[in-house]
Structures are given as C-alpha cells and as structure tokens.
Design a protein around this ligand. Structure first.
Ligand code: AHG
Ligand code: MN
Ligand code: MN
Length: 311
C-alpha cells in the first residue's frame, strides 16, 4: 500500500513547484477527509438540507455547500501558498494573501452535485490550480491550459481523489484508517469507450447538431447511457470506463449550465492528460479566454475518437 504521503515523497523532485503543489494536494485531501467524515456520519444529518439563501447563479444553497467552502478556505488560508480563490459559492474573488510566496490561485467547486446530497447519490469537489501571472489579477490570463494541477474528489460508496499533475493522472482511495492510498498512478482512458452521458430531458432544447450527434451515439451498439447528474460522478465513471459526457447549450438562451473556471477547465485538464479531448463553446475548453469568473460554457468531453466539437 502506498499512501498519499509516500507517493508525494517518492515523486517530488524537491523543486519549489513540486513542494508547493504537493502541499496543496495534501491540504485539499485533508479537507476532503473532513467532508467525508461529515457525509458518512448519521449524527451530522442536521448539516444536510437547504441553507436558505441563493447563490450568484440563482441556485438554492445547501448547508454543505457553505460548510465545504469554509473547510477548503481554512486550509488555503493556512497554506501560505494561495493568493486568491475563485469559488462557485462566492460572488467575488477572495483574496487570501498577496505576499510573494502566495503565488497560486485556486478555482473550486467545493461541492458538486448538491441536488444529489439528500438522496445519497455520489457528489464531489473540483479544483484547478494556476500559478499567479501578475500582481493584478487579470482573468483573461487564466486559460485552462495554464493549469498547474487539477483535482477532484468523488464521495460515493467510498471517497476517491484524482489529480492531474506532471503529465500524469493518479487516483487514491480513502481507507478505513482515513488515509488516502494509491489506486492507480497512471490513469489512461480505455480505448473502447462504454458510455455516453447527458441529460436527455433537454433534447428539445438542443441544437440540431447536438441532437444528431446524440442520435448517432444512441445507435452505437458499443455504447450505453449512464447519467448521475453530479458532474464529478459522471466524469469519473467515464474516465475509468471510457465514454463521452455532454452538457450542451440551451438553443433559445444560447447558454449552458456548467462553469468554465471551476468545473470545465479542471476536468478538461484531467481528461486531456488521460488521453481524451474536451470542447466548449466551439473550441478546445482549455483554450477559451475566460470572460468572467462564473462564466458558463457548453461541455463535450471524453475519448478522442468519439467526442466532437459541435458548439
Ligand atoms: P452544482 O451542484 O455544483 O451546482 O452542479 C450541478 C451540475 C453538475 O454537477 C451536473 O453535471 C449538472 O449540474 C446537471 O445538470 P442537469 O440538471 O442539466 O442534468
Ligand atoms: Mn458543480
Ligand atoms: Mn457546487
């Protein structure tokens, strides 16, 4: 068994960047352990449910959205590595410390799939880490392809973390002693994809090109459909088993649901490091120039031979 700490000791080249990023991975994983402990303890059931307010996206905030935000923020404040945080649940950029050693920026969805919390379906947390480009924060500079590290956790039948760093995708599972142990140190997408995943109840709201694409996927006898409705869970399944995930634009509003900075970009980095592709708004997700911190984009990602750049 190789623990996350062993893995870090074996794989860090002792450069400043390795030391910093592995420390960030370690702190995020400690936050994930805290959230797992809350989720898997019946006495904490009062921490579930709606908080009462709505976030900047007009969505009802769950108590756990805020608990998770604060857990991760506490670690980032202590880290002395993070300058700013962009978070789904925070309207504006949160500046932590502009001291020169605090040279990383984190974009996070602290709790993804919150509508699934109350029904015991897998949920997750997503993070993208960028090196700070300049003293003034200029969002346009933070395209997805400049991410140094991307990471997510899936809280399902067990808690698994996956991160892309140094051109490899690794996964770890939380064991009975609340320690992460190595599952796979080099995840690559399988060559024969199994699934297509999308919310087909939106079919009538899709553009014709998306409709025909999904019609073709349905005819493919090698594929079957799976859809959880928690992005992380849908992504993780398709990363391990192969497939394509779509969250297209609504053709009337010309808007999509998922967020570029803390959902699409981190997962695009992970899927591309594992050999796949990701497209948003008609181009490679990670090449999109961000326009605002909460920008939403269309998302089509998965195995290179079945994903298509359609909108
Ligand atoms: P969040 O709970 O962070 O707001 O995200 C919910 C998202 C994402 O997890 C999922 O893929 C998507 O909403 C589901 O969208 P549909 O309701 O269109 O299926
Ligand atoms: Mn989300
Ligand atoms: Mn969320």
């Amino acid at each position: 068994m190789i623990s996350l700490n062993d893995y870090i000791n074996q794989n860090s080249d002792n450069s400043d960047q390795d030391k910093s990023i592995f420390k960030i991975i370690s702190q995020i994983s400690d936050g994930i352990i805290q959230i797992s402990k809350i989720l898997y303890a019946p006495k904490n059931i009062n921490m579930f449910g709606k908080e009462g307010s709505k976030n900047i996206h007009g969505e009802k905030v769950e108590k756990l959205d805020l608990i998770a935000t604060n857990i991760f923020l506490d670690y980032f404040i202590k880290s002395q590595l993070i300058s700013d945080v962009i978070c789904e649940e925070l309207d504006a950029i949160k500046t932590i410390d502009t001291h020169s050693s605090n040279k990383y920026i984190i974009m996070m969805d602290p709790l993804d799939g919150s509508s699934n919390i109350d029904v015991s379906v897998s949920i997750g947390s997503i993070f993208g880490v960028w090196e700070k480009e300049s003293d003034d924060f200029v969002l346009r500079s933070y395209t997805g392809d400049k991410q140094v590290m991307s990471m997510y956790a899936v809280y399902g039948p067990n808690t698994v973390i996956v991160f892309a760093f140094k051109n490899r995708v690794c996964s770890f599972i939380l064991d009975e002693n609340t320690q992460f142990v190595l599952l796979n140190e080099n995840i690559e997408l399988p060559t024969n994809p199994m699934y297509y995943s999308t919310n087909e109840s939106n079919y009538d709201n899709w553009t014709d090109s998306i409709k025909s694409y999904v019609d073709v996927l349905k005819q493919d006898k090698n594929l079957t459909q799976r859809y959880v409705g928690s992005l992380v869970a849908d992504f993780h399944r398709n990363l391990i088993k192969g497939g394509v995930f779509l969250n297209p634009k609504h053709k009337v509003s010309n808007r999509a649901k998922l967020r570029l900075m803390y959902e699409a970009n981190p997962l695009a980095n992970i899927i591309e490091t594992a050999g796949g592709k990701s497209f948003s708004n008609g181009q490679e997700t990670m090449k999109l120039i961000p326009e605002n911190i909460h920008q939403s984009v269309s998302l089509i990602m998965g195995n290179s031979d079945i994903v298509k750049n359609l909108e």
